[in-house]
Write a protein that binds this ligand. Structure first.
Ligand SMILES: NC(=O)c1ccc[n+]([C@@H]2O[C@H](COP(=O)([O-])OP(=O)(O)OC[C@H]3O[C@@H](n4cnc5c(N)ncnc54)[C@H](O)[C@@H]3O)[C@@H](O)[C@H]2O)c1
Length: 287
């Protein structure tokens, strides 16, 4: 028996990265998966991969989650394919980077639309199905970007509206957990740290790029899409039936360390003597 045996799960953005890994993991755990993406060939390839591995999956592509009519069509397609579904995992997002000075109004609107509004639309139109079924699970994708500093090595700016959008997604999870609780619907957020996907590869491929990212977290490796998929399986399964309104960072300790990573040996040396004195002064903590 898989951990999602008998469940029907909708996952957005299944063409690549975390969405593809989630489709494979959910199907492996016994769920029937309904995917979607803007990218036609890669999304179809994910379906083939799931089926080759013995799983069940259908998907609609190209599908633009910012188009309300297309979202409605996807929900209808899901119900026609497998019946009333149990899980909606909002993984997809579209991002344009920039600082407040460099971003245009159009960039701002693009991010809000493709990081926040797409969740609003998918959840709004999935809701009648969950209500009809008498239960449901929603998992949204936040980010360390919505939680600490600039969420980049060295706190460099460049994710202004992305950070704001992800903070909104995390807040959305709390609001919805409260608002949808009477319908027996659980709502949680998974917040990835640095995950090696096509979206982050240009950053990781900069000279020392990976090393600089690793210095921001406690666990010194890049996260993999499967790390997020495993957390998603858990949060969407009945094993998490008492968890709602939570935001789970899967970030190698990025947020716990405030993006500062493991203790820095040079800084430790600088403060060692002063710390020793501080602890031994008369009337001090040890005096
Ligand atoms: N990779 C990371 O380091 C990281 C870190 C924190 C959070 N996240 C979040 O995790 C999620 C997955 O990230 P990823 O790195 O796998 O990204 P990705 O860009 O590789 O995959 C996202 C997928 O969503 C699709 N998509 C985007 N906008 C869409 C739309 N309007 N309609 C339909 N499909 C759309 C894209 O085509 C793409 O296939 C995102 O929400 C991202 O913000 C990623």
């Amino acid at each position: 028996m898989g951990r999602l045996q008998g469940k029907i799960a909708l996952i957005t953005g299944t063409a690549d990265g975390q969405g593809r890994a989630a489709a494979l993991a959910f199907a492996r755990e016994g769920a029937k998966v309904v995917g979607c993406d803007l990218k036609t060939d890669l999304a179809a390839e994910t379906v083939e991969m799931v089926r080759r591995a013995g799983g069940e999956m259908v998907s609609m592509q190209p599908l633009h989650l910012n188009d309300e009519e297309q979202v409605k069509a996807w929900i209808d397609f899901a119900v026609k394919s497998y019946g009333d579904f149990d899980i909606l995992y909002n993984n997809a997002s579209g991002v344009r980077g920039g600082s407040i000075e460099s971003l245009t109004r159009e960039d701002w609107d693009f991010n809000i639309a493709n990081e926040v509004t797409i969740l609003f639309l998918a959840i709004k139109h999935a809701l009648p199905v969950f209500k009809r079924k008498g239960r449901g699970v929603i998992l949204n994708t936040g980010s360390v970007a919505g939680m600490v500093g600039a969420a980049m090595p060295g706190n460099i700016p460049g994710n202004f509206v992305h950070n704001i959008s992800k903070a909104a997604v995390i807040r959305m999870g709390v609001n919805l957990a409260v608002e949808l609780s009477p319908y027996n619907i659980r709502v949680n957020t998974v917040s990835p740290g640095l995950i090696d996907t096509p979206a982050t590869r240009p950053l990781l491929q900069q000279p020392n790029g990976l090393e600089l990212f690793l210095k921001s977290a406690l666990i010194r490796r890049a996260g993999q899409s499967e790390d997020i998929a495993q957390a998603a399986v858990f949060l969407c399964s009945d094993e998490a039936s008492y968890i709602t309104g939570a935001n789970l960072p899967v970030d190698g300790g990025w947020t716990a360390s405030g993006g500062l990573g493991q203790p820095d040996p040079d800084t430790t040396k600088i403060f060692a003597e002063a710390m020793a004195k501080l602890c031994n002064i008369p009337g001090g903590p040890n005096g």
